[in-house]
Design a binder for this molecule. Structure first.
Ligand code: ATP
Length: 477
């Protein structure tokens, strides 16, 4: 028999209204593994769990259990039990009756039920609680009963859907450790759902990061933390500085307005996303840094300081045991090993625009002729020119940022550099068969890649013209 207890093959679910909650999941879960499905609210975690449990039928793909196709089996035919966030205990029954309920239904002999209930109560550390009423138990105790009730059926797989979500922080931490210990003792497979990255990192053997119905990365907690596959994972797991950049040579990468050495061998001229963890930024004297910036804020966090530094249009968050003084200029460098470079989805330029006081989109002081009510879902312009979001609240122009994407072939270079939305100097030039690919440095610390059939010279000062109808917009979190 293979090591896999569960295999999801091209599993998909589109609900009746047309929402695709799960799109083409391929996942193997080993017997005895602790696997966590991790992702923001609405990403499809619960739907996946419900399909594994049999409460929901997939619209595509299959689910194998020990190699057998169980996609269409009803829940009770699967050796799987689920623990939900809301404990779903029967309030009018005592602890014993709650745990014994399923076994009584199955007509298991009374003496066996008694033995089994005692065993699981021991396991969840609530021996002697048999006669207690549910209403007299704390949240943590109720959740343990819910777990005991699932375990009493001796499932091969235990599904846990945000089981600690309703508990306070201290209780949650305690229960995390207990669940982990329980998993070890029982040796069965746990499939756990959470949106809490710390919880996932602490407990799991394997993490499946999900966003918008798609698996983004599968790996051990270390893999996911140290080698995030894309910007979403890097952003979601732990704190990260994320920059758009471009490869400017062999093991040379440019982002944040400077060139860094890196260890990822990616072809020159490729758009990349660079991720730097706050703890990996080294503060130096201004003249010794790869980049320089002004200290904007310093917060003491107990073990370290969290220091925010502004460098051009970029912001770098640093965690250090050393403090810094707001207003001072410092240097920053990063070891090549600690710069995680990922190829951007395609060579699209991505930059962040702001909403100005007229509630129009603006970049580098120039307005972009795009209506923000078409960008922020459900928003509308009010009579005084301001814009209200779907909930009717005025959009906070200090906080809301809009990510703009535009392809290299949709940007036009002009030597009238003042007429562009932004200007800069050509710093790289690669011939790509039927066109040239240029990298344009701007003094905003943002580089653009532009495709053009004509040959320009290195160091030419150019303006970049961008047609708003060629731009794609996304509201940044
Ligand atoms: P949360 O952490 O908030 O529970 P989740 O990651 O578990 O989120 P799901 O509950 O799987 O996400 O939902 C994924 C998407 O499917 C959401 O857009 C949700 O609105 C939609 N959805 C879930 N259940 C149904 C349903 N019965 N009918 C229609 N759409 C649904």
């Amino acid at each position: 028999m293979s090591d896999n207890i569960i295999e999801l093959k091209n599993l998909s679910k589109t609900y009746k209204g047309g929402i695709t909650a799960v799109s083409d999941f391929n996942l193997e879960i080993k017997r005895g593994e602790f696997v966590t499905l991790l992702g923001p609210s609405g990403c499809g975690k619960t739907t996946t769990l419900r399909m594994i449990a049999g409460f929901e039928l997939p619209t595509g793909g299959e689910i194998l259990l020990n190699g057998e196709d169980i996609t269409k089996y009803p829940p009770h035919k699967r050796p799987i039990n689920t623990v939900f966030q809301r404990y779903a205990l029967f309030p009018h029954m005592n602890v014993y009756e709650n745990i014994a309920f399923g076994l009584v239904q199955k007509k298991v002999p009374k003496d066996q039920i008694e033995k089994k209930v005692k065993k699981v109560l021991d396991l969840v550390d609530l021996e002697g609680f048999e006669r207690r009423k549910i209403s007299t138990l704390s949240g943590g105790q109720q959740q343990r009963i819910a777990i005991a009730r699932a375990l009493v059926n001796e499932p091969e797989i235990l599904l846990l859907d945000e089981p600690l979500g309703a508990l306070d922080l201290k209780m949650r931490k305690e229960m995390q450790l207990e669940l982990k210990a329980m998993h070890k003792e029982l040796g069965i497979t746990f499939i756990y759902v959470t949106h809490d990255q710390e919880e996932a990192l602490t407990m799991s053997d394997k993490i499946v990061v999900i966003s918008e119905g798609k698996i983004q990365q599968i790996g051990t907690p270390e893999d996911i933390y140290n080698e995030p596959k894309n910007a979403f994972v890097a952003d979601f797991i732990g704190e990260s500085n994320i920059f758009n950049g471009v490869m400017t040579g062999h093991l040379k990468v440019r982002f944040c307005g400077a060139q860094f050495d890196c260890v990822d061998d990616i072809p020159e001229g490729t758009h990349i996303t660079a991720v730097v963890r706050p703890e990996d930024v080294i503060m130096t004297a201004p003249e010794e840094g790869t980049i320089r910036g002004r200290v904007d804020s310093v917060i003491f966090k107990g073990i370290h300081y969290e220091i925010t530094v502004v460098s051009g249009k970029n912001e770098m968050v640093i965690q250090s045991v050393h403090s810094a003084t707001p207003g001072n200029t410092i240097g920053m460098k990063v070891d090549p090993d600690n710069i995680h470079v990922m190829i951007a989805e395609d060579n699209t330029n991505i930059f962040t625009a702001e909403i100005n006081k007229n509630y129009n989109l603006e970049y580098n002081g120039s307005e972009i002729a795009a209506d923000i009510t078409g960008i922020i879902k459900g928003s509308r312009r009010l009579e005084d020119g301001s814009v209200a979001d779907a909930r009717g609240e005025i959009v906070d122009t200090e906080k809301v940022r809009i990510e703009v994407a535009i392809k290299p072939q949709d940007i036009v270079m002009t030597d009238e550099h003042e007429s562009g939305i932004v200007d800069g100097y050509i710093s790289n030039l690669i011939y790509k068969g039927d066109h040239y690919s240029y990298v344009i440095h701007t003094d905003l610390g943002q580089d653009f890649v532009v495709d053009d059939e004509y040959l320009w010279n290195m160091e030419d000062h150019v303006g970049l013209l961008m047609d708003p109808s060629k731009m794609k917009f996304r509201v940044k979190r």
